[in-house]
Each structure stands twice: as structure tokens, then as C-alpha cells.
Ligand binder design. Structure first.
Ligand SMILES: *[C@@H]1O[C@H](CO)[C@@H](O)[C@H](O)[C@H]1NC(C)=O
Ligand SMILES: *[C@@H]1O[C@H](CO)[C@@H](O)[C@H](O)[C@H]1NC(C)=O
Length: 769
């Protein structure tokens, strides 16, 4: 399935390792509790975790405690506790982007799944959870082998607010419901569902309103995001809340930026009151790397380092990525700015997570997951899932006159052109590891037909047009042309936001010239994290089809070829709006407002608030077959019980909608049944998106995604899909004070071309007096 070349290379590496290190033990020494200390209470598996943590903290000196407040936590040899590196990453596969993971020896690589923006495009929640399970199998295996940690600072669930953001690729897109579902599913997959025990601890980042890296001389270390209570509650916080409440995540990371004048890592409202108080985080809060130093040195938020220590720990920070707390906390305590009890509070949260991970249970090989080892990494099944994920994330944007799928009979020779046509690591995106192996687009297409290859450009930046002529010649000689264009990490990445939305350099010219020269159908394949304004291609009658493949991971080339030749019928949908280039001039990246402000010419952000022209809309994606919907069952009237007299006393309640805290949300779950018919001639997967529009009047009028479901339907077949709608969560809106309310009246549901109206009416029958 994977290129022979990389297979040979891997097996060579493996055998070299086996020769070199065969006699040594494969498993790591226990983290703690296996030697002389194993009978101390903190090592007793039978005791409740809080008692064990309390016992351990009682044995530590202040200096020892302080050295546990940072990512490279120091050992406590007299208690038999080893040092620990908290910083590991696993955004889409175990990654060496953090110091906690080091590939090598028996673990030369790990399964590299598509970048998150591509996986999100599958709109398949069970796929997200499945990937999480596989990644944590490999992570545990690598931990057992002594080369990885158990605390992973993934996923990144910031809203992809601005199309220029260099890290948009890492996120599940622009919609809060989609991002929330992704967060909960991936986290559950990673952490496992075995009650109190954690397989690995995930961490949702970067809390909150962080989605600008470096734009127009404003960078993330200095940016003060001005965010309204309304946008915070109904956009920026939604995925984090889902991550904590539904995903039960073990960690949350606060961001570099300020929100309304306060660094997030020093804001007790955000950390202590929201994440812990309202959402009940059972886990730890960590700073982004050096964020505590940044708020002191760069933002000058406090006048002394000790005040920075006190401000962050008192706000609810438990762990710093970086050295600042290890250096300055002792002075802060001596100066009385922070109590030892505050330090203990932080350690309770971090040590509890380590205990739930089994790190204080002694010998790892006798624990659950203790049997996972090198043979559980890069297994055929894991690599097959990476391929499956890549296929599910590919989005067919345009298919003029059924140019696709190509036919191996008619298109025996295909010209494969473009700077991304034979790439390997580009397919992974950022926060990647070392893949098990790669199939490039050229290799994938080469399995179906004869290929003629021309890169056309020296790089994605495409500094000149010297190679355009030979590319045109190739297209003239072939029966069909596939151009693999787009971006890579030189254009969009961490600390690099894009300056424009067009294809870089003269890529556009290459595409148009090759399309003009081509003898057969022309397919444009776009590899990128962020959206690209490809209006020129959309409007060029010579370009038959356009595919967006995101960064499709190690198996990307196979998946692309499978879609091109129709072995896979594409079913992905865009998780973000594709804006035209001129959108940018009206929307400075620093403007955090989600809602449009027409009087100032501000267009608003994402499909929920922006009403202007688009290149391709959120949710867009075609198939080689056609689907039709029929509503089989849906309520038309729903009674919403008012359960609080407080709500009744206020005469404005009825106009404002009732607060979700003033009704019985658990009973307000609606069931809708929809029949999906495949009306075409090819089996296919339909991604059903359900949008709702609140009653007319003061509420925002644009639609909002409230649910999605993926269903496979054979040609001419029919499948019934049952959707649950949670009234408090999905039919509510957030007012300007950040309060979630359910508007009474007609809510309009849109499912494909079906519209259905549900009338919400207040009832006073349940008032408790
Ligand atoms: C969703 O993904 C899973 C892989 O975990 C796959 O088995 C399933 O078929 C997918 N659903 C659809 C409808 O394609
Ligand atoms: C009634 O609701 C309005 C609008 O939400 C609010 O301004 C007002 O304070 C409320 N009155 C009482 C008595 O709570």
C-alpha cells in the first residue's frame, strides 16, 4: 500500500535497531512507586486519588513543589519520583513537535493522520474518536518504550475566525458546533472511556480568542483581543466548553494573547470561574510556552516577576510551559504575594492527572496498556485508518460536465503537474511526527495509469515561470491533466499568517496556461490548510474539476488517486468559508467581532454572520452521485417549561426568550427523522447538515449549524437518519450580556432543500413554588 522505497527504508532501520539493542529491555523504568517508597500511602492504588495526592504533597518541601510547576518537572529522588516532561503533542498522530517525544530506536515513526482541518471536513464524529483511540495506542506504546509522555497538548480547538490565520489548518474550522463535537470526540478517543483512569491526558488549547499569530506588525504575544461577552459565549468559548463538559478533558491551555486587557493565563474569570467553576474541569491548566514570561517581559502586565507568578497561579494556572515559575515562585512566597497553599492547589491538579494516568502505580508493564509496544505502532490497521481518513476528508468543490471521475480506459496517460504533485511531508501539515511512510499524489496516480510528471514550479512560492513550457508540453501529450497546487508551511504556519488568499506567486498563471494546453480534462487539486480564492479556476471553462484535499496525511496520494478515478466517491464538506480576496481589506485580522457592522463597512465573520459573496460556502462539497431528502418525522410545536418564578416575574422574559437556566433542558430533546435517497447511479456517502434560523426579529438572522450526520447510501437506495436536537444547546441564542436564551416562536430548520418550522411555546405548568 505504501511506496516500496519507504518500506524498505523502514525495515532497514528496524533491523539495524534490533541488532544494535536487542538485549536491552523494551520498557521504561517505573515513574514512581516501585522501589523503597512503594508502600507509602501516595503509592497505594486502593486509596482515593485525592488522599494519595494529599499524602504526597504533605511530604514535599516548598522547593520541591516549585520544581513541579513547570513542564520539565524535576525528580524527587528521596521519594523515588522521576523527572517528567509534560510537553508532548499529538494533533494528528504522535508528534515530536514537543520535547516529550523522541522518535528513534524501535519507534522510527508513527501513523500520521491528515491535518485536523481535513479530518474535520469528513464531518464524521466516529472517525475523530477512532483516530484518537489509535493515536493514544501508539502514544502509550511509545511511553512504554521510554520515548514519549502521557500528557498531550492537543487538540487545538480555537475557532478558525480569519482565513489568513497560519494555524487555521490545526483546527476543526470556523463553526463552534462542529469544533465542539470534534473536541469532545477526539478527546474521548485519546483519553479512553475507562472511568477515572486516563489512557493519555489530552489538552484543549489555546484558551481563548486566540487566532492571530503575526499579521501587520501585530503578533500573538502583544495582541489584546477585544471580545464581546456575546461573541465569547456563543463563538470562542463553545468548543472549549464542549471539550471540558462533554469530552471531560484532562487539561486546558491558556493562550499568549490578552482578552479585553488581561492575559488569559492571569485572568481568574476565565480560568478559575469559567473553566473550573462553571465547566468543572477535572484536570490541569497549563500556560502556552513561555506565556508567563511573555506577560511579564513583553506585555509588562505586572511590575515584578513575583507579581506575575502570583497573578497566574491565583487566577488558576497549575503548570507553566517554560522556566518562569521555577525561577520566581520561591521569592513570590517569601514576599507574601502567594501562599504555599496556592502552590499546593496547583499541584493537586497536576498530580491528580499523573495519578489517573497510572504514573504512581509502579511498574508500567503490569498496568492497563502496559502490553503495548513497537508492534502496536504503524500497524496495517492504523495506516489503513489514515488512508480512510484522507479519503473522507477530500472535498469535491466543482465538477463541470462530470469531468470526474477519470477513467482508466479513456485516460491511460495522465500529466501530473504542480509543486505539490510529488510531496511527502507537505501532506502532513504542521505539528506532525515522522510518518510510517508516504504515498505522494504522483505515486498514487501512478498506480492507476501511466504518468508524465512536471513540477511546473521550483516550490509553492513559484519564483519564476521557467518550467511552465515543459509543463504545457506534458499536458499536450496526456489524455488528462491533474494539477496539484496550493500552499505549504512556508506560506501558512505557526507565527505566519497569510497576507492574501490567492495562490502564491505565478501559480495561477501556470494553472491557466496548462489548462489551455491540455488535450483532455483538467483537474485542479488544492493542497492547503486555509481557503484559497480560486475564482479564476472556478470561472475557467477549461478546468473541469476542483478538489480540496487539505493536508491529507501520509496516505494522501492514495486517497487523492482513489477519488480521481472514482474508487472513492467523495463526501467531504468545507469546514470553513472560502472568501474572495477582497474580503480581506474590509476585515482587519485584529477585529474580533463576529457580527457584521454595515455602518462601518465591516463584513462580519464566518457563514453565521457574513452575508457577502463567497468563492465556496461553508458546508459545500459535491459527490459523484445525487441525494434527495424527505422529512419522515419532526415535531411542529414544542412546549418549553418555565421552571423559575424569577423568570416569570420579569415582564420582558417573553420577548427576550427564556434563559436556558430557567427551563428543564434534559427533557427538551427533539427527534427528527429524515430519509436520504441516493438518486444517482453510484454508491455514495452523504453528509447531512442541519441548520436552524431563530424567529424573526431581534435575533441574528443567519443560519447556524445545529447537527450533522454522515450516512452511506447505495445507488437508488434509501436510509433513514435520526437526529436529536437539544433545544437548550441548539435552538438557543446568546444575548449581549453573554446569557444563553431560548427565543419563543418559529424556528426554521434547513436540511438540504427541505425547510421545516418548529414553534417553541412557553408553558408555566412546571413552575416550582
Ligand atoms: C465514519 O468513519 C468510520 C471510521 O471510523 C467509518 O467506519 C464509517 O463508515 C464512517 N461513516 C460513514 C457514513 O462513512
Ligand atoms: C428583566 O430583564 C431585563 C432584560 O434582560 C433586565 O434588564 C432586567 O434587569 C430584568 N429585571 C429583573 C427584575 O430582573
Amino acid at each position: 500500500m505504501y511506496s516500496n522505497k519507504s518500506h524498505t527504508y523502514l525495515s532497514l532501520l528496524l533491523s539495524l535497531f534490533l541488532i544494535a539493542s536487542a538485549p536491552t529491555s523494551e520498557s521504561r523504568p517505573a515513574f514512581a512507586c516501585d522501589g523503597a517508597t512503594r508502600n507509602l500511602p501516595f503509592c497505594r492504588v486502593s486509596l482515593p486519588i485525592q488522599d494519595r495526592v494529599g499524602d504526597l504533597i504533605g511530604r514535599l518541601t516548598l522547593q520541591e513543589k516549585i520544581r513541579l510547576l513547570v513542564n520539565n518537572a524535576a525528580a524527587v529522588p528521596r521519594l523515588g519520583i522521576n523527572g517528567y516532561e509534560w510537553w508532548s503533542e499529538a494533533l494528528h498522530g504522535v508528534s515530536n513537535a514537543g520535547p516529550g517525544v523522541k522518535f528513534g530506536g524501535a519507534f522510527p515513526g508513527a501513523t500520521s493522520f491528515p491535518q485536523v482541518i481535513s479530518t474535520a471536513a469528513s464531518f464524521n464524529a466516529s472517525l475523530w474518536e477512532h483516530i484518537g483511540r489509535v493515536v493514544s495506542d501508539e502514544a502509550r506504546a511509545m511511553y512504554n518504550g521510554g520515548i514519549a509522555g502521557l500528557t498531550y497538548w492537543s487538540p487545538n480547538v480555537n475557532i478558525f475566525r480569519d482565513p489568513r490565520w497560519g494555524r487555521g489548518q490545526e483546527t476543526p474550522g470556523e463553526d463552534p458546533v462542529l469544533a465542539g463535537k470534534y473536541a469532545a470526540s477526539y478527546v474521548q478517543g485519546l483519553q479512553g472511556n475507562s472511568g477515572k483512569q486516563l489512557k493519555v491526558a489530552a489538552c484543549c488549547k489555546h484558551y481563548t480568542a486566540y487566532d492571530l499569530d503575526n499579521w501587520n506588525n501585530v503578533d500573538r504575544y502583544r495582541f489584546n483581543a477585544r471580545v464581546s461577552k456575546q461573541d465569547l459565549a456563543d463563538t470562542y468559548d463553545v468548543p472549549f466548553k464542549a471539550c471540558v463538559v462533554e469530552g471531560k478533558v484532562g487539561g486546558v491551555m491558556c493562550s499568549y494573547n490578552q482578552v479585553n486587557g488581561k492575559p488569559t493565563c492571569a485572568d481568574p474569570d476565565l480560568l478559575r470561574n469559567t473553566i473550573r467553576g462553571q465547566w468543572h474541569l477535572n484536570g490541569y491548566i497549563v500556560s502556552d510556552c513561555n506565556a508567563v514570561g511573555v506577560l511579564y517581559d513583553t506585555q509588562h502586565y505586572t511590575t515584578t516577576p513575583e507579581d506575575a507568578v502570583a497573578a497566574t497561579i491565583k487566577a488558576g494556572l497549575d503548570l507553566e510551559c517554560g522556566p518562569f515559575l521555577a525561577i520566581h515562585t520561591e521569592q513570590a512566597v517569601l514576599q507574601g504575594k502567594l501562599g504555599e497553599a496556592d502552590v499546593n492547589g496547583a499541584l493537586i491538579n497536576t498530580l491528580s492527572v499523573q495519578m489517573r494516568l497510572g504514573m504512581f502505580d509502579g511498574e508500567p508493564s503490569r498496568q492497563p496498556f502496559g502490553n503495548l509496544g513497537p508492534r502496536d505502532v504503524c500497524t496495517p490497521a492504523h495506516q489503513q485508518l489514515a488512508l480512510e481518513a484522507a479519503r473522507q476528508g477530500i472535498v469535491l468543490l466543482q465538477n463541470r460536465g462530470r469531468s470526474l471521475p477519470l477513467s482508466t480506459q479513456l485516460h491511460r496517460t495522465v500529466a501530473v503537474i504542480g509543486p505539490n504533485s510529488d510531496v511527502t511531508v507537505t501532506m502532513l501539515g504542521n505539528y506532525a511526527g515522522v510518518a510510517c511512510g508516504y504515498t505522494t499524489p504522483l505515486q498514487g496516480i501512478g498506480r492507476y495509469v501511466r504518468t508524465i510528471h512536471q513540477s511546473g514550479c521550483d516550490s509553492v512560492a513559484c519564483s519564476n515561470n521557467q518550467l511552465f513550457g515543459v509543463a504545457e508540453t506534458a499536458a499536450r501529450q496526456a489524455d488528462a491533466t491533474v494539477l496539484v497546487m496550493g500552499l505549504d508551511q512556508s506560506i501558512e504556519t505557526e507565527f505566519k499568517d497569510r497576507v492574501g488568499l490567492l495562490l502564491p506567486g505565478p501559480q495561477q498563471e501556470l494553472v491557466s496556461r496548462v489548462a489551455m494546453a491540455s488535450r483532455g480534462p483538467v483537474v485542479l487539486v488544492l493542497m492547503s490548510g486555509g481557503p484559497i480564492d480560486v475564482s479564476f479556476a472556478k470561472n475557467d471553462p477549461r478546468i473541469g474539476a476542483i478538489l480540496w484535499v487539505g493536508y491529507p496525511g501520509q496516505a494522501g496520494g492514495t486517497a487523492i488517486a482513489d477519488v480521481l478515478f472514482g474508487t472513492t466517491n467523495p463526501g467531504g464538506r468545507l469546514p470553513m468559508t472560502w472568501y474572495p480576496q477582497d474580503y480581506l481589506a474590509k476585515a482587519p485580522m485584529t477585529n474580533m467581532a463576529m457580527r457584521a457592522n454595515p455602518s462601518r463597512g465591516y463584513p462580519g465573520r464566518t457563514y453565521r454572520f457574513y452575508k457577502g459573496p463567497v468563492v465556496f460556502p461553508f458546508g459545500h462539497g459535491m459527490s459523484y452521485t445525487t441525494f434527495a431528502h424527505e422529512l419522515a418525522h419532526a415535531p411542529t410545536t414544542v412546549l418549553v417549561p418555565l421552571t423559575s418564578l424569577y423568570g416569570l416575574q420579569n415582564s420582558t422574559t417573553f420577548n427576550n426568550g427564556i434563559r436556558v437556566t430557567h427551563t428543564n433542558c434534559d427533557t427538551l430533546i427533539l427527534e427528527i427523522h429524515i430519509d436520504v435517497k441516493n438518486t444517482g447511479h453510484m454508491d455514495g456517502t452523504h453528509t447531512m447538515l442541519i441548520f436552524s434560523i431563530p424567529p424573526a426579529g431581534k435575533w441574528v438572522a443567519n443560519k447556524q449549524l445545529i447537527g450533522f450526520e454522515k450516512v452511506h447510501v447505495v445507488a437508488r437506495g434509501r436510509q433513514r437518519v435520526k437526529i436529536h436536537i437539544h433545544v437548550c444547546k441548539h435552538l438557543s441564542v446568546v444575548d449581549q450580556f453573554g446569557i444563553r436564551r431560548i427565543p419563543m416562536g418559529e424556528h426554521s430548520l434547513h436540511i438540504g432543500d427541505i425547510k421545516h418550522s418548529i414553534s417553541l411555546q412557553i408553558t408555566l405548568d412546571n413552575i416550582k413554588t
